[in-house]
Design a protein around this ligand. Structure first.
Ligand code: PEP
Ligand code: MN
Length: 339
């Protein structure tokens, strides 16, 4: 951490800051310039807030150098994390992994039909919510345990891996036998108690960015999971809330290269929730791949007009198959291939 003192700071101010730096555990290196003194705090003390230093007498500016997330930061694993699954699928390696399926599991016929369609188009994962975080309490809330059972059955039959959302701590044990990845939704990105519990399991977690979360907050939420010992965290950009009303959310494509630089964790893009509009999903999926995403999360429905949730952003199966063909052409251009 660097503390730049004001030009008019007194020697007493400077000594006060040095004392505080030493107190929290820094080694202090002082540079006394002709107009300004700069103090460099070297070390990695954890229990302090750099903003406290901005309030000390004589301080002009405080610049934090090390990141507040240690385990999620790129420096922890410079080579990058690859989350591997028993069937050989790996997220974060050379291959782009596609997770596709309906927003919600609605019925046996629905999930079996869509699973076959996304599988034949080349998806590796089947997505589908059994517990749904709906904005209205009157909207379809998901099939619960029955939905999980259907997901597992169709996963075993097709060889697709299963990803589904966990909304609360009590659902974790219930879900573990049925899913391969637990998804934490945007609305729960800062449910710290849930994140802590997910740190104790040994299944991968896909953590979505909150609708108004900064990338630092996303990485700090990943840190909660990793601090518990679960290092298999996959991050996901799913659009943030802006003043734009044309789209449901604004998909922050720049989050992809930023996260890839700041963190070693694999990065996913969800252009379905990111735009909310079916015809905008393929272009944003292509852009996400080109921007460096390791995986894509895409909603597909065999009959979107009758979907119980998110029909307007769900691709028709033939649209999804076409998109997969396009992604197969784009991947080699950015040094990747499709799983
Ligand atoms: C979903 O994936 O269906 C979902 C509810 O996503 P989000 O948490 O990003 O809104
Ligand atoms: Mn959805």
């Amino acid at each position: 951490m660097i503390v730049a003192m004001q030009e008019r700071a007194t020697e007493e101010d400077i000594q006060g800051v040095i004392e505080r730096l030493v107190q929290v555990g820094f080694n202090v290196h002082r540079t006394t310039g002709t107009v300004q003194t700069v103090l460099a705090g070297v070390g990695t003390p954890s229990h302090f807030d750099h903003k406290d230093f901005e309030l000390l007498p004589g301080v002009a500016e405080v610049v934090r150098i090390t990141s507040p997330y240690k385990l999620a930061g790129r420096g922890f694993r410079p080579e990058g994390t690859v989350v591997r699954f028993p069937n050989g699928v790996a997220v974060g390696g050379d291959e782009i992994v596609v997770m596709a399926g309906p927003c919600s599991v609605e019925s046996r016929e629905q999930i079996f039909t869509i699973a076959d369609q996304v599988k034949s188009a080349g998806a590796s994962f089947l997505r589908g919510g059994a517990f749904k975080p709906r904005s209205s309490p009157y909207s379809f809330q998901g099939m619960g345990l029955d939905g999980l059972k259907l997901l597992r059955e169709v996963g075993d039959r097709t060889g697709l891996l299963i990803i589904s959302e966990v909304m609360e701590i009590s659902q974790i044990d219930l879900m573990l036998p049925y899913v391969d990845v637990l998804q934490v939704g945007a609305r729960n990105m800062q449910n710290f108690n849930l994140l802590r519990e997910l740190g104790k399991i040994n299944k991968p977690v896909l953590l979505k960015r909150g609708i108004a979360a900064t990338l630092e907050e996303l990485l700090l939420s990943a840190e909660y999971i990793m601090a518990g010992g679960n290092y298999d965290v996959i991050l996901c950009e799913r659009g943030i809330r802006t003043f734009e009303t044309y789209t449901r959310n604004t998909l922050d494509v720049s989050a992809i290269p930023i996260i890839k630089k700041l963190s070693h964790l694999p990065m996913t893009s969800d252009p379905s929730h990111g735009t909310g509009l079916r015809d905008k999903v393929p272009p944003m999926a292509r852009a996400s791949l080109a921007a460096g995403a390791d995986a894509l999360l895409i909603e597909v429905h065999h009959d979107p007009d009758r979907a119980l949730s998110d029909g307007a952003q769900s691709l028709f199966p033939d649209q999804f198959a076409k998109l997969m063909e396009e992604l197969r052409m784009i991947a080699p251009a950015v040094g990747r291939k499709m799983a």
